[in-house]
Ligand binder design. Structure first.
Ligand code: AMP
Ligand code: MG
Length: 486
């Protein structure tokens, strides 16, 4: 018992959301589970958070991350938010299966939310059971760590625990809880919840809170609301540009899954492209292709427009002026995205200076990948190994024409190193993620561990990971789907 108390005192919480935003959440403890067991604990992340990894990677740690024992200083709560889901507005979503335990200051000086996902029912659960299955928890763990290693802002898993209970989806599955770390859980949908109810006196403190956490410079701006909108738009432009370069398809870019921080959140129906295809969709419920790979920049601008709407009364008391100012920021998203995309493309092409026609060179390359259905990740990577690249193209003539232009343009000195540093070899390919999940359901975590090791070294050439760099066997992706809300 003494040991237990020492462990729950391990977190040095400082819970600004609970303190400053009374009325924006429902106090809610996690629902205890039958039999907590640690599946995997993220030691590097624990270290970043200044936590005692040895103490937490234990049965007592499992009890905390399952929600059975409440650490000292935690103020568990379910956040309110709304959201446009596939274009339709739902005024009441909220944390239906998650609770925020509190905030921690990392050793990097940044503030992090620590939340449990799959922690039981809350006032926002609607018809849901408040729970998560082991497979989606492991997917979120893997893909979050991959994204982090790839340099993409993302929420991350601190721990995955099983509950000893069964959840019922299309079949009975082992229940699990994910301990999730995020720069915050503020979303476009958080603003929408209050704006949709006409509660400007709620939107205003929310804005100031969000500025404090993510855009401190905006508080000194003559127009803080507008500066904040610009900040979110810039972070999201950079984020989506990174997704596009990685061939990442988020799959459910609803406004409740669009963060204020600019981090990727909610790895439900996400997937990585194999053959490059702007129309690629993997989510079973995205029947219209709203969130297809190539749609993502457009959708992000649409989501930011929904955020802008919530801020209009705070941008300027004059409606027309407010609209004009916000519209200008929203328009600039396109230029910002293009700028970020081109900067990323230059790095991936190994270009060290800027020239006028770089954009055309990059776009023609991507068009070539789409035309010939070439594996997105390997094609970029094999710019450093053209002998291996050529067999990937059914019409190598078109490739040779483009290669001649690129070679003329690029500085050959140190090129291979630049290309390898900018173009990953290892991504969490969909068939490998499925394999890891299937093995975990069968009680074997070695497949997960091996994949996790590999995705944490995405730019390396470790021969032990060779098979994980390869595309799926023919036919695997035909009809491949991942499922939301699982
Ligand atoms: P998501 O699509 O996972 O971002 O979730 C959308 C909304 O559905 C959020 O309000 C979630 O909290 C809620 N939700 C998803 N799954 C469940 C579940 N199993 N039980 C209760 N609420 C859920
Ligand atoms: Mg969500």
């Amino acid at each position: 018992m003494h040991l237990h108390r020492a462990l729950t005192a391990i977190f040095d919480f400082d819970n600004t959301f609970a303190r400053d935003l009374d009325g924006f959440y429902a106090p809610q403890a996690p629902e205890p589970v039958r039999e907590p067991a640690m599946v995997r604990f993220n030691r590097p992340l624990a270290t970043l958070l200044g936590l005692d990894a040895d103490a937490l990677d234990s049965p007592a740690g499992a009890a905390i991350f399952a929600g059975n024992s409440m650490p000292e200083g935690a103020t568990p709560l379910a956040q309110a938010y709304a959201g446009h889901q596939f274009g339709g507005f739902n005024p009441q979503l909220g944390d239906g299966r998650a609770v925020l335990l509190g905030e921690l200051l990392g050793t990097d000086g940044r503030r992090y939310d620590l939340a449990l996902k799959g922690s039981g029912r809350t006032p926002f659960s609607r018809g849901g059971d408040g729970r998560a299955a082991l497979g989606p928890v492991l997917r979120e763990y893997l893909v979050g760590e991959a994204m982090h290693a790839l340099g993409v802002p993302t929420t991350r898993a601190l721990a995955a625990v099983t509950t000893g209970e069964t959840v019922y989806r299309d079949r009975p599955l082992p229940g699990a809880v994910l301990a999730r770390v995020a720069s915050s859980h503020l979303r476009v949908g958080t603003f929408q919840f209050f704006a949709a109810r006409g509660l400007t006196h709620f939107v205003e403190p929310l804005l100031h809170y969000a500025i404090g956490r993510h855009d401190p410079a905006a508080s000194d701006d003559p127009n803080p609301a507008l500066a904040f909108l610009r900040g979110v738009a810039e972070r999201q432009a950079s984020l989506v540009a990174r997704w596009m370069h990685l061939g990442f398809v988020h799959g459910v870019m609803n406004t409740d899954n669009t963060t204020i921080s600019g981090e990727t959140i909610d790895y439900g129906p996400c997937a990585f492209l194999e053959a490059h295809d702007p129309r690629a969709v993997f989510s079973s419920i995205d029947t219209m292709g709203r969130y297809a790979y190539g749609q993502q920049p457009t959708i992000m601008q649409w989501n930011l427009t929904r955020l802008a709407e919530t801020l209009l009364p705070l941008v300027d008391p004059d409606e027309a002026r407010s609209l004009a100012l916000a519209s200008e920021v929203l328009r600039s998203f396109v230029a910002r995205f293009d700028h970020e995309w081109l900067a990323g493309a230059r790095r991936k092409l190994g270009l060290v200076d800027e020239r006028e026609d770089d954009d055309a060179l990059a776009r023609d390359w991507v068009a070539l990948l789409a035309d010939q259905h070439v594996d997105h990740t390997l094609a970029w990577r094999r710019l450093a190994d053209v002998d291996a690249l050529r067999p990937m193209f059914t019409d190598p003539g078109a490739l040779d024409g483009w290669l001649a232009r690129w070679r003329e343009r690029v500085d050959g000195r140190g090129l291979d190193d630049r290309l390898r540093a900018a173009n990953p070899r290892i991504i969490p390919r969909n068939h490998r993620v499925e394999e890891a999940i299937d093995a975990a359901y069968a009680g074997d975590l070695s497949v997960f561990d091996r994949l996790l090791d590999a995705v944490r070294d995405p730019f390396g050439d470790d021969p032990r990971h060779d098979d994980l760099a390869e595309p799926a066997p023919p036919g695997f992706l035909d009809g491949y789907q991942t499922f939301c809300g699982t």
